[in-house]
Ligand binder design. Structure first.
Ligand SMILES: [Cu+2]
Length: 790
């Protein structure tokens, strides 16, 4: 019933052995500069660049999309039709990914494209680069695997704003999913610029039409975008706002030096304290931010960490045109602050000063490791993100000391932050290697399934420039965190393909051959986590989260360890529905990650059941692992999830987790009490969905080549590009292609699962309403589940 997944295929990095721990290695050539990346599945990383003059070509024009193979480190170009320059991105509940907005069409040198939009401030298309206006684009990709036909439209980007687009133009919008899996798209510039204001700032809401202070949804709602007053308050430094969904369903939003807890449904705001020290964390200060791991020990209480950025004074930030100082001379911040926006004890949220970073960083980027520690990579010692050919005080390009870069002093050494270490000792770069590649503006980094980290990008240039100080960079690196010193890593068996919010627990077996030492100690150290790498761009990983599942264990006489693992806590706001990777840590060493889907794969109210009931631990002192030596316990590695306190944490977590769930508090607490009773281990997760019987239709009207002439928006029968046009998707003959589906059908939709979610026929859900890769036409649209706010 339980498939061993592709762990064998992922085992290769283990062969590298101790020599690679802490080091960088060549990651190959990304073909396009990796401004944005996301991990599609166990095999593929998808890469996006802005429209620019890359040598790599696709469909007769420079490529700005590609896909990188994790095993081979080889890259293939992909066609992206619109200018994806500085868009936001997010996963969908079914494992697809979507990006929002971008910039107008450009040609060589970043100049306006050849076919102007009305008014002449932006362009619809360019005859040289053949890119279309991306300011309202919504691009959807259903990740494919090597066994799929990559040339099939189903494996390619769906990118046609005449069919699917936002209501407003957004460059540098933020995107955050709700617990129902729909996405809130927040703010942005309309056209572009260094920061999102004129100076003096007399029109903070609209900037004469250059700023957008509204938010909208994907899938769209009937209402027009509403004004988010926080964006007016933070005017100028409010693009790519840092946005984190909280357990209540409200969002922690941080921009400029302000912070708010925001209910997007009622559009009401609760002010939170200002950022101490006036440190700006959003673009272009570009501090590193991440939500710390959600664990039983912290009662699944989100705490967000902000590190670095810049405390430049307000004037220095300048305006749309450029900064008013020479930013590259201004040291970046090393300050770190923590904020728990919804404290368990209902106390008033406060910023708490954390350990300074080892050096100042702008554009530092956090990657949460499966062990619960945070890796920071990339960035610079001085200055800001963005590029420019001048500043107010350096009026010409030939006087710019670092070309167009507004940052200097690339930080080449990563560092690791341990959120559970005593204050004063949370940062370390001991044993970590030094990269040779500066990663400044437009860099990216993301965790790979083998728990290494792919690092790529850097391009503080308006168009490809291979000869400047900080050139357009195509070379990727793979960084191997210290746990790669382990000769043997845990090889869990029985990882499910789906997880639910509450519901029956499941078992994972750790074979004795995959750890060493005392079985009891190994079992005590075990943590099972789900990790979402997010959409990485601009020193952020939008949507990145790590959540540790509750577990107990049974140690067997043969040294194997059965982990009894709870489902996700019964609150989808803790870990929104969608794709994730499950890792099991033993003695501080993570397994490879296995792809799974959290939730039911659909947008809408997620099924929620009572928290899983776990049997008590069963220990056996005589049992031990049989991996050679002490290879899975490298010296000095303290596992943050390791926990003699974990059982206590489990109980506390249950009670507190219930607080956020109005109406089920009693049930959850009841479960916590029941946890102490022996309960039979339950199985039933991880069942493999039946093989698809969906017909494959052939693509029709899929001439995507453009061949010199604009195609978008010029075809008869197409709707104008308001987002309501996405409803009649099926009326567009090009959309026939999307009736076919490939890998999404193999994705772990949970049609066959669990008593609390009655079996339902496939294809009658909401998916087609937002995802052109969904399985059946929407003629028989089902009513939205209650709670969906359309
Ligand atoms: Cu950018």
């Amino acid at each position: 019933m339980l498939r061993p997944l592709s762990l064998l295929a992922l085992a290769a990095p283990l062969a590298h052995g101790a020599s690679i721990a802490g080091s960088f290695s060549d990651g190959g050539d990304t073909l396009v500069s990796a401004m944005m990346m996301f991990l599609g599945n166990e095999e593929k990383v998808y890469i996006l660049d802005k429209a620019e003059g890359n040598a790599a070509q696709v469909m007769g024009h420079p490529a700005w999309g590609s896909v990188w193979d994790i095993q081979t480190h080889e890259t293939e170009v992909m066609d992206v039709r619109t200018n994806v320059f500085c868009s936001s991105g997010m996963h969908l509940p079914n494992g697809s990914f979507v990006t929002f907005g971008g910039n107008g069409a450009v040609g060589p040198g970043g100049n306006l494209g050849s076919q102007l939009n009305p008014g002449g401030y932006s362009a619809a298309w360019d005859s040289t680069y053949q890119d279309f206006d991306g300011t309202r684009a919504i691009r959807v990709l259903n990740p494919c695997r090597s066994s799929d036909t990559f040339s099939s439209p189903n494996c390619q980007w769906f990118d046609d704003p005449t069919v699917l687009s936002m209501k407003n133009s957004r460059w540098y919008s933020a995107a955050e999913p709700t617990g129902e899996g729909n996405i809130v798209i927040i703010g942005g510039f309309v056209n572009g610029g260094y920061i999102n204001r004129n100076y003096p700032n007399v029109d903070p809401e609209r900037q004469g039409g250059a700023a957008d202070s509204t938010y909208e949804y994907y899938p769209p709602v009937a209402d027009a975008p509403r004004t988010f007053r926080f964006l007016i308050q933070t005017s100028g430094l409010n693009a790519y706002a840092h946005t984190f969904l909280m357990p209540s369903g409200k969002m922690l939003v941080q921009a400029n030096v302000s912070t708010v807890l925001w209910d997007h449904v009622t559009n009401t705001e609760t002010p939170l304290p200002d950022m101490p020290g006036g440190v700006v964390r959003v673009y272009p200060a570009s501090g590193a931010t991440a939500m710390l791991p959600l664990t039983p020990a912290n009662n699944y209480t989100p705490t967000v960490l902000f590190c670095g950025g810049s405390d430049m004074p307000d004037y220095a930030w300048g305006n749309y045109t450029y900064p008013y100082i020479n930013t590259w001379e201004y040291p970046a911040s090393k300050d770190c602050q923590r904020l728990t926006a919804e404290p368990v004890d209902q106390s008033a949220p406060v910023y708490v000063k954390d350990d300074d970073m080892l050096e100042g960083r702008t554009m530092g980027q956090f990657v949460i490791l499966p062990t619960g520690k945070l890796l920071i990579v990339n960035g610079g010692l001085n200055g800001t993100a963005g590029y420019s050919q001048a500043t107010l005080v350096t009026p010409s390009y030939d006087l710019m000391p670092y070309g167009e870069s507004l940052a200097s002093g690339p930080v080449l050494t990563p560092a690791i932050y341990d959120p559970n270490a005593p204050k004063g000792s949370r940062w370390s770069n001991k044993g970590l290697g030094v990269s040779t590649i500066p990663r400044l503006y437009h860099s990216s980094a993301i965790l790979l399934p083998d728990a290494s980290v792919l690092i790529a990008g850097s391009n503080p240039n308006v168009d490809v420039n291979l000869t400047t100080v900080f050139p357009t960079t195509y070379k990727a690196e793979v960084f191997y965190p210290p746990y790669f010193s382990a000769a043997t890593r845990p090889a869990p068996v029985g990882i499910p393909k789906t997880l639910s919010y509450g519901g029956p627990s499941f078992d994972i077996t750790i074979p004795a051959t995959s750890y060493s030492g005392s079985a009891n100690d190994a079992a005590d150290s075990a943590s099972v986590v789900i990790h979402r790498g997010g959409f990485t761009t601009h020193a952020m990983n939008m949507g990145q989260r790590l959540l540790q599942l509750n577990n107990t264990y049974t140690v067997k006489s043969d040294g194997s360890i059965i982990l009894h693992v709870a489902q996700v806590p019964p609150n989808p706001n803790l870990f929104q529905p969608g794709p994730a990777f499950m890792f099991v840590n033993i003695n501080g060493i993570p397994s490879n990650g296995s792809y799974l889907i959290v939730g039911n794969g659909k947008i809408g109210t997620q099924p929620v059941a009572a928290a899983s009931v776990l049997p008590p631990n069963v220990r056996l002192a005589s049992a031990s692992g049989s991996a050679s030596g002490t290879s899975t316990t490298p010296g000095g590695s303290s596992d943050p999830e390791k926990s003699s306190s974990s059982n206590l944490g489990v109980i506390i977590g249950c009670v507190v987790g219930g607080v956020a769930l109005v109406g089920v508090v009693g049930a959850v607490i009841g479960v916590c009490l029941a946890r102490r009773r022996r309960a039979a281990a339950r199985h039933g997760t991880g069942a493999v969905p039946p093989a698809s019987s969906y017909p494959m239709t052939s693509a029709e009207g899929m001439s995507l080549t453009g061949s010199g002439a604009p195609v978008m928006g010029t075809r008869a029968g197409m709707r104008s590009s308001d987002s309501s046009a996405f409803m009649p998707l099926q009326q567009d003959n090009r959309s026939q292609a999307w009736n076919a589906s490939t890998t999404s059908l193999n994705a772990p939709y949970r049609d066959d699962h669990d008593a609390y979610e009655p079996s339902r026929p496939s294809g009658t859900g909401m998916s087609i309403n937002y995802d052109p890769y969904a399985t059946t036409p929407m003629q028989h649209e089902t009513p939205p589940p209650s709670g969906l706010r359309y």
